[in-house]
Design a protein around this ligand. Structure first.
Ligand code: FAD
Length: 445
């Protein structure tokens, strides 16, 4: 069934304020709640469902791995000594800067504090239902042929173990996408006698002292964890396909292309060599996972989520929004723009095209990205396209675009990181104006 997005507008104008649910109180969910609260004429105060007992999502570090006390998988992939790979000057929501006293590359606890301050400043906390796990999200259709469906959220209170159901006009899904480890098939894995793990379970380096480690995948976590392990490990082998990382690297850090199969004691790579491994770590990313969407037509095929318009709007149900699916981006500014676009389409500031047109435009964009050599599974990986994407969202929602200095410093940091992976976090930056940044004297770590 197709829902006419125009019906949303008449809904807002006619008889009541829109009731919006937000799933998750990580950065994405907090941003959605803050923006909803700032539009009290149009939106009723939101209900934010959060399964844990605090805000911050990814940024809530725990030593634990596996399952939590409720038998749910541990959500956060944060490790103890992580410092951000983006300078704090580009990371914040545009309406809430980080403390200027902090260095540019901050510890994860500083990001958590920042999100707590954001929550306090915009008085979001009273609207969050903590320890409340969303089990099911279903569209509900009226019997009188209403064009507009509502949404029923079924949730489990993890304290009382009681279930409850609430109705909403719209739902913004911000459940995070760094929790459900993706583990590729590698032949003969069953023969390997060493320890296998995913970077999701990595917490700190000490248990790996003196060991031979093989890591698969050179994304931000793979490279960062490999470098963190080098000072304690005997040898760290990073297997990846973008050889070589041209930066200067520690002497016990090797790079190898293509894992071929496991042996009992290590892995055999495309060069025919066997690399011994006490531990093999998959740094191979995460699956998109929406376990509560059982009755909504949503396909996740090889990292692409459909049917979505602008990576956000479900085209069959244009009151259902997904925040934060895009990868290789500047997350908080991107969430900000995505949320404003979602709210603009709900309050009628931006009229969404009909479903057929949204699907057609998305298909055109997908075909064009294939044509430009971007593989299917990287459709949500925006990289340098993120800036025009965010500008477009801002234009459509009639809001302020992200200042050019964010893009310039983000891109400069990417370049410096590539040149000097071991030392790029020594730099400190300062924003001078909306289109100018400067390097402050590098400080020793
Ligand atoms: P999350 O932070 O994952 O929040 C999702 C929330 O939803 C969680 O609180 C979870 O408990 C809740 N939830 C999930 N399912 C349910 C349910 N069914 N019911 C109720 N609640 C639910 N970004 C940067 O900007 N800079 C960095 O340096 C950086 N480093 C990173 C390092 C690592 C190791 C990782 C994993 C990510 C990093 N990121 C970084 C990206 C980071 O994930 C984003 O910045 C951002 O915090 C993601 O926010 P989110 O709201 O999308 O998801």
């Amino acid at each position: 069934m197709y829902i006419d997005p125009l019906a949303t507008k008449s809904l807002t104008m006619s008889y009541h304020k829109l009731k919006v649910a937000v799933i998750g109180a990580g950065a994405g969910g907090l941003c959605a709640a803050r923006q909803l609260l700032s539009r009290p004429q149009t939106f009723a105060p939101p209900v934010v469902y959060e399964l844990s007992d605090c805000v911050g999502g990814t940024w809530v570090y725990t030593d634990r791995v596996g399952k939590d006390d409720n038998g749910l998988p541990i959500h956060s992939s944060m490790y103890r000594d992580l410092r951000t790979n983006l300078p704090k000057e580009v990371m914040p929501f545009p309406d809430f800067p980080f403390d200027t006293q902090l260095p540019s590359f901050i510890h994860h606890t500083d990001v958590k504090s920042y999100l707590e301050q954001y929550t306090d400043s915009f008085k979001i906390q009273p609207h969050i239902k903590f320890r409340t796990y969303v089990e099911l999200l279903n569209p509900v259709f009226g019997t009188t042929g209403d064009a507009q469906n509502t949404w029923e959220v079924t949730c489990l209170n993890l304290n009382s173990h009681c279930r409850s159901r609430d109705r909403f006009d719209s739902v913004i899904i911000c459940n995070g996408h760094y929790s459900d480890p993706f583990i590729p098939h590698i032949p003969e894995i069953e023969h390997f006698k060493g320890q296998k793990m995913h970077s999701h379970e990595y917490r700190f380096a000490e248990p790996f002292t003196g060991k031979n480690l093989v890591l698969l995948g050179a994304g931000p976590s793979g490279t960062d964890i490999a470098l963190e392990l080098c000072p304690v490990a005997n040898q760290v082998v990073l297997i990846h396909n973008n050889l070589p990382i041209s930066s200067q690297l520690p002497p016990n850090f090797l790079q190898v292309k293509g894992v071929n199969r496991f042996s009992e004691t290590g892995v055999i790579c495309d060069d025919g060599m066997e690399y011994p491994a006490d531990v093999f770590m998959f740094c191979t990313g995460y699956n998109y996972s929406f376990p509560f969407l059982k009755d909504v037509d949503l396909k996740v095929k090889d990292y692409r989520v459909t049917p979505l318009y602008k990576h956000i709007v479900h085209t069959t149900f244009p009151t259902l929004f997904f925040i934060g699916l895009c990868q290789t981006v500047c997350p908080f500014p991107l969430f900000h723009n995505q949320v404003l676009f979602a709210l603009a389409s709900l309050d009628g500031t931006h009229k969404l095209p009909p479903k057929a047109e949204m699907d057609m435009l998305t298909e055109e964009e997908y075909q064009s990205s294939l044509h430009h050599g971007i593989p299917h599974r990287h459709f949500h990986k925006l990289d340098s396209l993120q800036w025009s994407y965010m500008d477009e969202l801002a234009h459509l929602s009639k809001t302020e675009p992200i200042p050019p200095v964010t893009r310039d410093l983000y891109e400069a940091n990417a370049k410096i990181r590539k040149q000097d992976l071991c030392n790029y976090k020594r730099f400190n930056y300062k924003i001078v104006s909306h289109d100018m940044w400067t390097t402050v004297e590098p400080k020793p770590l």
